[in-house]
Design a protein around this ligand. Sequence first.
Ligand SMILES: [Zn+2]
Length: 151
Amino acid sequence: MKMQNKGYKQTEKHKENKNKKLQSEKNRQHMSDKMKGRDVSGWQWKTAKKIRERFRKGEIRYDGIYARNWQGGKCKETQALRMTNEYKEWRMKVFIRDNFTCQACGIRGGKLNAHHIRSFRKYPELRLVVDNGVTLCEECHNLTKGGNFKN
Ligand SMILES: [Zn+2]
């Protein structure tokens, strides 16, 4: 902006200030656009989204606090029973019947679990009944832990 004469100095200064003010308002506007837009969505939102996603899939419940609680809920007697030959035999019978194939996703081999259809804890009399067992891969087995049916 070219100054016309000294008389306008004050006005120019005023204009300058006004411009600065406008500029800062513009900046503020820009910032709030940023807030609304993707810039701020950055890691916070992505992380939140990821966490929500993990919660939805149940990963956090099993890998985190819930899993620890669940582990803690297992009594020693239950742990011991799982180590017995009868239990190992039962497990093997379930695997053989299911041809070592996960009955949920169809994957064969790998890390397999014999899952109790009727709760291991609630139905002690069914613990070693082959018909109460189903072969699940580790991944599918984890899905059963906090969900529809408990092991
Ligand atoms: Zn599976």
